[in-house]
Design a protein around this ligand. Structure first.
Ligand SMILES: *Cc1c(COP(=O)(O)O)cnc(C)c1O
Ligand code: SF4
Length: 347
């Protein structure tokens, strides 16, 4: 069948690939280019290549621009640099550390906690964070978008206790605004759903994503929209991410940030304090500071519990209460994230 679209009767603006998708397509996708662009030692290349074969390299240009060339310890680089240590086995580090597979209630729907469900929207991300707990998750098997969200939406509609739907992934903002706006509209049609929360790293790592189309649907509709960003280091919030966050703020939606505590990246009190301060300047409130999920190949990122609590105490001592994120760890089978007390008899 010849569609209207293929005959070219759509206005050109409807068909043009959005700038953010073009930027995504241009992301660095191989270790050789990464090493060349940043002036990294060729000695590291074989290790980078073996890690790349397990979980592909992906770094958008705008994120690369925030990395200090020639510094192999740059805290932004370390989050996305494929590393030979990812091949190491460590006791307790497994492929599905948070038990997502056991909690699937319908295709792509994770219903673990009261009143809210997680909708796994897509496996795609703009950056491949090496510590990611979903690096081995099989999205092809659990993709709710496959059946046009039907079974996932039916499940939500059938459970009146669900007040909040959380779009997760992968990164939900990897989907087009047409699809997202349609999904938001259909969720808004379920009377007991009040809030749509989106867990996304895109505004931080690919600020081009925050364009007029995104702002248009985010800023409207019956549901309250909440964006939970993911930035781990204050420099991630520098230009051009700062302008993107200012634009999001202009829609009046709630902006929160969750970070993962990562060895060699943000396990210093100064860094964590500056992250909260930089976020607040842009209208972003802290949410969680996560202890690393023990995913296979990520042991070199782990910060010991005692050190985590020490850092947490430093945040309490030096920041106003509203700028202190909740230190949390996800333990499979628990009714919510397990909060870590700032002080403990075990210290
Ligand atoms: C983290 C998470 C949520 C959200 O928990 P909040 O404490 O509300 O942020 C919901 N469902 C699942 C499966 C989660 O992992
Ligand atoms: S953006 Fe989130 S889901 Fe995507 S790779 Fe990074 S941590 Fe994983």
């Amino acid at each position: 069948m010849i569609t209207r679209e293929s005959r070219g009767t759509q206005p050109p603006t409807a068909r043009a690939t959005p700038a953010w998708q073009q930027a995504l397509a241009r992301a660095i996708a191989d270790p050789e280019t990464l090493a060349t662009r940043l002036g990294l030692s060729p000695e590291a290349l074989p290790g980078m290549q073996s890690a790349h074969r397990m979980f592909r390299t992906r770094i958008p240009e705008s994120y690369l621009a925030r990395i200090q060339p020639g510094d192999p310890q740059d805290p932004l680089l370390l989050q996305a640099l494929p590393d030979a240590r990812e091949a190491l086995e460590s006791p307790g580090f497994v492929s599905d550390p948070v038990g997502d597979h056991d909690a699937l209630a319908a295709p792509g729907v994770v219903h673990k906690y009261h009143g809210r469900v997680l909708l796994l929207t897509t496996g795609a991300c703009a950056i491949h964070c090496r510590y990611c707990f979903r690096r081995e998750f099989d999205y092809a098997d659990h993709n709710p978008a496959r059946d046009d969200w039907g079974p996932a939406l039916d499940y939500i509609a059938a459970h009146p206790d669900i007040r909040e739907v959380i779009l997760s992934g992968g990164d939900p903002l990897s989907l087009s605004d047409t699809r997202l706006a349609r999904l938001a509209e259909r969720l808004a049609g379920i009377p007991h759903v009040e809030r749509l929360r989106i867990h996304t790293r895109l505004p931080v790592v690919l600020p081009e994503r925050v364009d007029d189309r995104l702002l248009a649907w985010l800023g409207q509709g019956r549901l309250q929209h909440i964006l939970v960003l993911h930035a781990n280091h204050p420099r991630e919030l520098s230009t051009p991410a700062d302008a993107a966050l200012e634009r999001l703020r202009g829609t009046g939606i709630t902006l929160l940030n969750q970070a993962v505590l990562l060895a060699g990246i943000n396990d210093a009190a100064e860094t964590l304090i500056e992250l909260q301060e930089a976020g607040f300047r842009l209208g972003v409130m802290p949410y969680y500071l996560h202890q690393l999920d023990r995913t296979r190949g990520t042991a070199h990122f782990e910060v010991p519990d005692a050190r985590a609590r020490e850092l947490y105490r430093a945040l309490h001592a030096r920041l106003p209460g509203y700028l202190v994120p909740r230190l949390a760890r996800e333990i499979p089978g628990e009714p919510g994230k397990t909060l870590q007390a700032p002080s403990s008899a075990h210290d």
